[in-house]
Design a protein around this ligand. Structure first.
Ligand code: SAH
Length: 273
């Protein structure tokens, strides 16, 4: 059997400037490009002369299977995802299909995994520096995950003071999850905690709202929105949302080490009483 390749490619948030050269090269060299309609549209200028397989949102398994089959038969196939294909993207499903058909390393197709800028990073860059300290991502989609599991993760992240990037916060039919997420997080954080709502970052029609935990539900939140909820340390400055790394716990702005601290050593904290 001829050696085919299957490249699983993240194209970043939307515009060409934020897709990596490696992602664009993989698409240019492909014979077959498979992906959800919206993502295919985002790279349409690269698709001349290629076979393009566009599919709808609910056809993921079929899309992954057809990509694998075509590559196995010898074609250079690219499967495109938005953001990073390995973050709530098609990469996981590709591995499940490969496992299902008994594929082994060294078999056709050769696999290539090409990273992209995930929504948390692209959206963060639109509002400041909210992810500079520990953060996590949680998808609010309960289409494939029980809501009880999602709620438990929100609670754990909120109680441990992570900055939280919520993917898939809502859709036309799914509107309850963001309401419940807000109320879970509110039990652990002040109502004034900064929150960013970024819709379609780096795409046409991009919309950015900076608000707080008590008011986030006053705004439109949909399928293209990522919601970034600050931690107890996150602050607003000149219209930017910032989570500090912690430098000022140890140093003054003149570079002096604060009393009781030592550079390169663990932060010394007062006993909590
Ligand atoms: N693989 C993608 C995530 C797919 S899940 C990635 O790594 O970014 C789909 C969710 O991602 C959307 O509901 C939204 O929450 C987020 N998202 C994807 N692209 C976005 C963009 N350009 N702007 C804001 N959010 C985006």
């Amino acid at each position: 059997m001829p050696e085919g390749t299957l490249s699983v490619v993240g194209i970043g948030p939307g515009d060409g400037a934020h897709a990596t050269p490696a992602a664009l090269a993989a698409i240019r060299e492909a014979e077959v490009v498979v992906g959800y309609r919206t993502y295919i549209q985002l790279v349409r200028h690269l698709l001349d002369g290629k076979e393009v397989v566009q599919t709808g949102m609910t056809e993921e398994i079929g899309r992954a299977r057809s990509a694998v089959e075509r590559a196995r038969a010898g074609a250079r196939v690219v499967l495109v995802s938005s953001g990073d294909a390995g973050v709530y993207g098609m990469a996981g499903l590709v591995f499940e299909v490969l496992r299902e058909i008994g594929w082994k390393r060294g078999d056709s197709p050769e696999l290539r995994l090409i990273p992209g800028i995930t929504a948390a990073s692209s959206c963060a860059s639109r509002v400041g520096a909210p992810l500079v300290h520990d953060s996590c991502t949680i998808s609010l989609s309960d289409l494939l995950t029980p809501w009880a599991t999602i709620a438990k993760r929100i609670e754990a992240a909120a109680s441990a003071d992570f900055v939280i990037s919520l993917y898939n916060p809502a859709s036309g039919r799914r509107t309850r999850q963001i309401v419940e997420a807000q109320s879970i997080i509110r039990r652990y954080r002040e109502g004034t905690t900064p929150v960013a709502l970024v819709k379609g970052a780096y795409r046409e029609g991009e919309k950015v709202v900076l608000t707080d935990l008590d008011h986030l539900l006053d705004y439109e939140i949909g399928m293209l929105t990522t919601v970034i909820v600050g931690s107890s340390q996150t602050f607003m400055f000149e219209g930017y949302m910032v989570t500090p790394r912690g430098y000022t716990r140890k140093y003054t702005f003149d570079g002096e080490v604060l009393p009781g601290q030592r550079p390169g050593r663990s932060l010394v904290v007062a006993e909590e009483g």
